[in-house]
Design a protein around this ligand. Structure first.
Ligand SMILES: Nc1ncnc2c1ncn2[C@@H]1O[C@H](COP(=O)(O)OP(=O)(O)O)[C@@H](O)[C@H]1O
Length: 911
């Protein structure tokens, strides 16, 4: 509108008119036009033109005043300035004309003029004046029309302004409604979650009809207070869901029937299977026979070496045997001397008795006295001999014990030596084909990333050393599956490290066999890191139906009381690591009884009783109360869960156990997440060579059907579980905002919450063939790698986030994180514009408030930096890719905690 007015004001030219600039009486110049046919070659005084303008002044002034008002807030003044220059030019050209033509002076008084001019000149002049007057008339008419147009336009403008005001008022109203609706939505989401929980519980109980009743109650009860509009929607969707449940129920009955038929077929199959099993075992025993024959041929050469060694050992054993015989003889002699001594002792005793008898009978004769003295002397001699033989006997016994000990020591040393020799001595008798096959096998595992580069080179070293144990492991490998063999080979490496702890993780997830989110990554990442430090790590998982069993070896899913207690675990220290306090596993207290526990003892406020429902027990609370150490996955989250807002009802329990509670930031498995070796990527790359990242971006665009026209168009990504915790409303907002700001957006995620899944399916359909937005609503590990590698920015607007791994993975792949400052995000992402943080730590974009304004600020800043300062952006990417997010530091912290706890337990035992 404003530009239309400006055009009207500046260009009053009607077609076929030439332009002249005139003062509008306010010191400004306006440009008016004349018909091209009218040639004003003679000087015309300004006063005569002013005189003419007097005639049209009223209407002109109105027009100019109106124009002036508009001029003040428009760019038109600059055009007028141009006109000033043009005026001078025009004036000059009039002057120039004057130089070549005869000068004419035109007075206002026509009669005087007539007197001074000849007839012809007068006629010409009059003709010119008439023409000029006609032109002026035309000009005035044009002015009047233009002024009329202007008035119309102004009226239109007023009307439009009115409309704008009304629209703005409506906009404000809509904003307010949207805000109210957003609050309502959060509330409804909470109700939906409750509903979902209830549904699950009902499904467990199996009472479908009762479930319908509950759902109806929930519709009529819990939702009664909510917004009536939202309630209508929810009730409608619940009714639809009930109907679909009924249909599902009917089809389940049909399924049951067909399942029964299937079971009878399976029974027949079972019988056949037993017969086949028998046949297989007889074949296996035949195979073993054959194998043993084969092996014996291979072992002939080994046998000869062993025979020589055996002879050598036999010689040594014979020597020892003779030593032993000697010692035994000496011992026998000692025993004989001992017996003699005992006889002598008996005799001495007899003599003493007889002496006493003699004393009693008071034999006073000299003979008797002499005899008695003689006897005494004899006794003394005998006693001396007895003492001597005792000493001799002791020396024999000592000698014997010494020989036995020497024998035992020599035997032990020999055993140790022969064991070490057997292990250390290279296996020389194996053909070179054997070793090259072994090398090929290790190389293959390395190339397929089944073992790490470091492990592969350590194993190769052993092959070059002709290590006996690796050859034995290889022989045994032929009878095992590949995963079993790999773990046996890796066992060779870990057994070389110092004696460590026996760490058992009891967890609900473990990547890659059972992963839903970050917990799976953490359990395997931390486990591997602890294994590398020399600890024996076992992981106990629920035996899920969906588990990838082909990737599990030595499967045993064991009961604590049946297995671990018998292995001496009754003295174990327990560390409970909670990955998310939102999921607490509450259950009816009575369910403890079915696990062999006494619910009466445990359902107490200082034990497992849920803090908000007295008849329920809370497994996470139990974990806190009964563990020696409690950890969670970031220092900030450890603080947050101690508050009423963040603790999900457990803040009081955590506060009273705060002395054993600590937050340790998670790491990521840097072997699995490495853009330089990632087999899922079309092109590998690293921080010093980012061309591969560009190629990954183009490849992803092609794969998802996004426009590749502008290579520099920023790509924003999000990979997440779509649950309220992740800020789904902000993710939705980010999709639209990115697109509006000229970026592309890719979302990979899925939701266990039906209404969220439905909502995002709607958005995905809306953008189905869009050039710049794509939503992929499923779990896809390989696609997730491709997205991390392709994206420029990665968005994580979580409401709360215990740790979060995607920000670390995205940084490792050169995608700059845009995150809300909460939990682990607050401990790992630092804003590039935050002066309070040392610049070397600044690595992303953060915002505080979990609302659209907060997100807008961070996203706009990121897009601006990407667009306006490519060099700084590149430096940021390289810096983020080089940050160490490995488990190295965190696993050392866990190790330290474990060791200290075990040491405390030992000290307590000693005391
Ligand atoms: N749809 C998906 N497809 C593939 N991987 C996914 C998907 N959703 C999430 N992930 C992966 O799950 C992990 C998420 O970890 P984290 O950020 O700690 O969140 P949480 O544990 O709360 O789900 C990351 O490894 C991420 O790549």
């Amino acid at each position: 509108m404003a530009s239309k007015l400006r055009t009207c004001f500046v260009c009053w030219n009607l077609s076929g008119f030439n332009c002249v600039n005139l003062s509008n009486g306010n010191g400004r110049i306006v440009r008016v036009s004349f018909p091209a046919s009218c040639k004003m070659r003679h000087r015309t005084t300004l006063s005569s033109l002013q005189h003419k303008r007097q005639q049209i002044k009223p209407s002109t002034e109105v027009g100019l005043r109106q124009n002036k008002d508009e001029e003040e807030d428009s760019e038109v003044s600059s055009n007028n300035d141009d006109s000033v220059d043009n005026t001078n030019e025009t004036k000059d050209s009039v002057d120039n004309t004057n130089e070549t033509e005869e000068p004419l002076v035109i007075n206002i008084n026509g009669a005087e003029l007539a007197k001074q001019l000849s007839g012809k000149q007068r006629e010409d002049l009059l003709g010119m004046i008439r023409n000029a007057e006609k032109n002026i008339l035309l000009l005035n008419q044009a002015r009047v029309r233009a002024l009329e147009d202007l008035e119309k336009i102004l009226a239109e403008k007023d009307a439009l302004q009115g409309e704008i005001n009304a629209l703005e008022a409506r906009l404000a109203e809509t904003d307010a409604r949207i805000k109210a609706a957003a609050q309502e939505k959060i509330r409804v989401e909470l109700l939906e979650q409750q509903l979902e929980k209830l549904r699950n519980e009902l499904a467990e109980k199996g009472g479908t009809e009762a479930r319908y009743e509950e759902l109806r109650d929930l519709q009529n009860g819990d939702l009664r207070d909510a917004n009536p509009l939202s309630n209508k929607g929810i009730i409608h969707s619940l009714t639809e869901e009930l109907n679909s449940l009924r249909t599902e129920n009917a089809s389940m009955k049909n399924d049951l029937e067909s399942f029964k038929t299937h079971i009878s077929v399976v029974k027949n199959d079972d019988e056949r299977l037993v017969a086949l099993e028998k046949e297989r075992s007889s074949l296996e025993s035949a195979l073993k026979d054959l194998e043993s024959k084969l092996c014996s041929q291979e072992d002939v050469s080994k046998l000869s070496i062993l025979t020589v060694e055996c002879k050598d050992l036999s010689g040594k054993v014979e020597n020892l045997q003779s030593l032993l015989d000697k010692a035994t003889k000496q011992a026998d002699q000692a025993v004989i001397v001992l017996q003699q001594n005992q006889d002598l002792r008996r005799k001495v005793d007899e003599l003493e008795t007889s002496l006493e008898e003699a004393n009693i009978h008071k034999l006073s004769s000299d003979q008797l006295q002499k005899y008695s003295e003689l006897m005494k002397q004899k006794i003394n001699v005998l006693e001396e001999r007895l003492q001597k033989s005792d000493e001799e006997l002791n020396s024999y016994i000592q000698l014997y014990q010494k020989s036995v000990k020497e024998f035992q020591d020599t035997l032990d040393t020999l055993k140790e030596q022969s064991k070490r020799k057997a292990l250390e001595e290279p296996v020389e008798d194996m053909p070179w084909e054997f070793w090259s096959q072994l090398l090929l096998l290790i190389d293959g595992w390395g190339i397929e990333k089944k073992i790490s580069v470091d492990d592969a080179s350590l194993l190769r070293e052993k092959v070059w050393r002709r290590d006996r144990r690796i050859s034995e492991t290889y022989m045994a490998y032929k009878k095992q599956s590949e995963p079993e063999a790999i773990s046996a080979f890796l066992g060779l490496l870990s057994s070389e490290t110092s004696q460590g702890l026996h760490v058992i993780h009891i967890a609900a997830e473990m990547a890659p066999v059972a992963k839903v989110g970050g917990l799976g990554d953490v359990v395997s990442g931390l486990g591997k890191a602890l294994q590398k430090k020399g600890h024996l790590v076992e992981i106990v998982l629920p035996k899920y139906d969906c588990m990838e069993y082909d990737r599990v070896c030595n499967l045993r899913a064991p009961l604590y009381w049946e297995i671990f207690v018998h292995k001496g675990l009754n003295s174990a220290r327990i560390c409970f690591t909670c990955h998310n306090f939102e999921y607490q596993g509450t259950a009816a207290a009575s369910e403890l009884d079915s696990c062999g526990l006494v619910s009466q003892n445990l359902n107490k406020s200082d034990k497992m009783q849920d803090n908000s429902a007295r008849d329920r027990v809370n497994s996470v609370k139990g974990g806190i109360v009964f563990s020696n150490i409690v950890t969670t996955v970031s220092p900030t989250y450890a603080q947050e869960v101690r508050t009423a807002e963040g603790g999900h009802g457990l803040h009081s329990t955590l506060s009273s156990h705060s002395r054993k509670f600590v937050g340790i930031l998670n790491g990521i498995d840097t072997d699995a997440w490495n853009p330089a070796t990632d087999a899922f990527l079309p092109v590998q790359y690293n921080a010093t060579d980012l061309q591969g990242k560009v190629e990954n971006k183009q490849a992803l665009r092609r794969k998802l059907g996004l426009s590749s026209a502008d290579i520099r168009r920023p790509l924003v990504a999000c990979i997440t579980r779509l649950v309220p915790q992740k800020g789904v409303h902000l993710i939705r907002h980010a999709i639209y905002l990115t697109f509006e700001l000229g970026g592309q957006f890719v979302l990979l995620g899925s939701s266990p919450v039906p209404h969220i899944q439905k909502e995002f399916e709607g958005i995905a359909n809306h953008f189905q063939n869009h050039d710049h937005v794509r939503l992929i609503l499923k779990y896809d590990e390989s696609l997730s790698h491709a997205i991390y590698a392709a994206s420029d920015m990665f968005i994580i607007p979580s409401i709360f986030e215990p740790c979060g791994l995607t920000q670390m993975i995205s940084m490792r792949y050169g995608a700059i994180p845009i995150v809300r400052k909460t939990g682990g995000l607050n401990d790992s992402v630092f804003d590039v514009d935050d002066d309070t943080i040392p610049s070397q730590f600044r690595n992303g974009f953060t915002f505080v408030n979990p609302d659209e304004q907060g997100l807008n600020g961070a996203l706009v800043r990121a897009l601006n930096l990407f667009k306006n300062n490519p060099e700084r952006w590149k430096q940021l990417v390289q810096k983020d890719m080089n940050i160490d997010f490995s488990w190295e530091t965190s696993s050392a912290e866990y190790e330290d905690l474990y060791l200290k706890s075990v040491a405390r337990a030992k000290a307590a035992k000693r005391a």
